[in-house]
Design a protein around this ligand. Structure first.
Ligand SMILES: [Fe+2]
Length: 183
């Protein structure tokens, strides 16, 4: 059966209450990322990703799902997710610059590349930046166990000074380099 956004969201919702929800969602994502053409076709019909670079499939208090068109050269500021994140890359590759806190300061802590088709479960204490500076571009699906956008307890850092700043989605986008300008 071809990939369907509506069915995928339903399937993720159906496993969210399970204690092993992240592994269950990772299993659903592992199936989805094997159908990049079908994902791209559904995303293209919705139009949001072509305009904004991402397409929110679901946002709720305990589950948020969205697709990202990670253009080559896209670099986000360092951030956390205030919860578990499950990421599936279905096209190209997505780079992550990881960070750690050292003596109260944010410090680089290695890079990770996720190449399609692949799925990664990210720990709730992870701090990272999406960094597609070495990527041909990516198509990916991001799933979180919270409302994700404008969540006050999330953390954000200025990418130039690595000084922490109050979290907001607007500030995160402002500090994202190489993003498609908002239409
Ligand atoms: Fe992230």
């Amino acid at each position: 059966m071809a990939f369907s956004i509506a069915r995928f969201v339903e399937d993720c919702r159906a496993v969210r209450a399970r204690p092993d929800w992240a592994d269950a969602v990772a299993g659903l994502l592992a199936e989805a990322v094997r159908e990049p053409g079908a994902i791209d076709a559904e995303v293209a019909l919705r139009g949001s990703s072509a305009r904004k670079g991402f397409d929110v499939w679901l946002q709720s208090g305990d589950l948020t799902i969205y697709q990202v068109e990670g253009r080559p050269g896209l670099i986000s500021p360092p951030h956390d997710h205030a919860g578990v994140a499950v990421v599936g890359v279905y096209r190209g590759s997505e780079g992550y610059q990881n960070y750690r806190m050292a003596a109260g300061r944010l410090a680089p802590a290695g890079r990770v590349t996720v190449e399609a088709p692949d799925v990664a479960v990210l720990s709730p204490d992870l701090i990272h930046a999406l960094d597609n500076s070495d990527s041909p571009g990516s198509g990916s699906i991001h799933i979180y166990d919270n409302a994700h956008f404008d969540l006050a307890q999330r953390r954000l850092w200025n990418p130039d000074t690595l000084v922490e700043a109050p979290y907001s989605t607007a500030q995160q986008f402002k500090w994202t380099k190489g993003a498609r300008p908002a239409a």
